[in-house]
Write a protein that binds this ligand. Structure first.
Ligand SMILES: NC(=O)c1ccc[n+]([C@@H]2O[C@H](COP(=O)([O-])OP(=O)(O)OC[C@H]3O[C@@H](n4cnc5c(N)ncnc54)[C@H](OP(=O)(O)O)[C@@H]3O)[C@@H](O)[C@H]2O)c1
Length: 333
């Protein structure tokens, strides 16, 4: 595998899990990292972790942005725009799932958290930082989604499937719980829907670029099921709300049936997507790390769900998300 020489890489969700592992590997390969972390404290902890054991000066800096806050994103992006330095790879990777929580959690601006962090925040970052991506000689966009966006995948079949309906939940009102407008909150479906939004946004963005004859690889991807041994990470909310259920799930999925991918391998895949020579082709691609037998995964280009192929839905999601961002930002001015 060959990799691009030093790139300036901006990542969300680089403070933990797959993103942190990818950041370690990217730094090792000599890239310059900008990590958007939720607080100043998370920024310095992450930079410290990345610097551990390194004699040379490290090339990573943190910018504190809580992705629950559209204003913080706006301020942080303005700071980056003022620097006016190109971004070679933009990695939109941060994500949460609130499985185990019965009632929706809303941000200060009344947006359901899963949707805000996993999708809306990332669309805002993309909208604002596009000029910096366009300044790069070889720009690249990477978006972490999941196979659960697809109702026909193994994980996507369990529980209520991802579907956005007519996006009734995104029409202007104060508190959005579910994107399809359903009244009852379902945290698992909210997560799957947000990962469907990731694919729709990636595809729509790539379509927009194509119309303008702009050549940028837009890579959406799925890491497979990754359950780290540490107590934090992606399953932290489920662990808090249902410790016995999660311990059982972990034992069966990771230790007994070996359905999971390791954090190191998932991080390596993300790092490769960010700088690998094999991902230079412009336009949309979806890569999936699929389980082929216990303990063995194969990373390959894959089909996305029927709903995620709906260009009109992608256009509507982009427009309604943009309207919501504008409405919320104006309100808080
Ligand atoms: N793990 C899996 O099985 C799996 C499977 C498919 C897809 N994915 C996707 O992979 C991506 C990374 O997940 P992971 O497994 O690495 O989980 P993780 O260890 O929990 O990492 C999530 C990252 O997102 C950041 N984040 C969460 N909320 C934030 C906020 N409000 N503001 C700023 N940053 C915030 C976290 O910051 P803190 O460190 O401060 O919490 C952390 O860096 C996610 O998009 C997830 O949907 C994961």
């Amino acid at each position: 595998m060959t990799h691009e020489p030093s790139r300036r890489i901006l990542i969300t969700g680089g403070s933990s899990g797959i993103g942190l592992e990818a950041s370690k590997q990217l730094m090792q390969r000599g890239h310059q990292l900008i990590l958007l972390c939720r607080t100043e404290e998370r920024c310095s902890e992450t930079v410290k972790t990345l610097a551990a054991g390194k004699a040379e000066q490290i090339t990573a800096e943190g910018i504190a942005i809580n992705l629950k806050s559209l204003e913080e994103i706006e301020t942080g992006c303005n700071r980056l725009l003022q620097l006016n330095e190109p971004i070679d790879t933009l990695i939109l990777n941060a994500g949460i799932q609130n499985v185990g929580i019965k009632n929706p959690q809303f941000t200060n601006q009344g947006i359901e958290e899963t949707f805000c962090i996993n999708h809306l925040a990332h669309q805002l970052i993309l909208m604002r930082l596009l000029p910096l991506l366009q300044k790069s000689k070889k720009p690249r966009l990477v978006i972490t989604s999941s196979e659960v966006h697809n109702p026909t995948s193994g994980g996507g079949r369990v529980g209520k499937p991802a579907t956005l309906g007519t996006l009734a939940g995104l029409t202007p009102h104060e508190s959005i719980a579910m994107l399809n407008g359903q009244k009852t909150f379902d945290a698992d479906k909210a997560y799957k829907d947000s990962k469907l939004c990731n694919v729709l946004m990636a595809r729509h963005f790539a379509n927009q670029l194509k119309q303008k004859a702009e050549e940028i690889p837009v890579l959406a991807w799925s890491p497979g099921l990754v359950i780290p041994k540490s107590s934090g990470g992606f399953f932290r909310t489920s662990r808090q709300h249902n410790p016995i259920g999660l311990a059982l799930f972990t034992f069966i999925a990771r230790d007994l049936l070996r359905l999971t991918e390791t954090l190191q391998n998932a991080g390596a895949l993300l790092a490769e997507l960010a700088d690998g020579d094999s991902y230079e082709q412009s336009g949309f691609r979806y890569m999936s790390n699929q389980l082929v037998s216990p303990g063995r995964h194969q990373f390959k280009e894959a089909e996305t769900s029927n709903e995620s192929n709906n260009d009109q839905l992608g256009q509507e999601l982009w427009t309604l998300s943009e309207n919501l961002i504008n409405q919320k930002l104006q309100k808080s001015l």
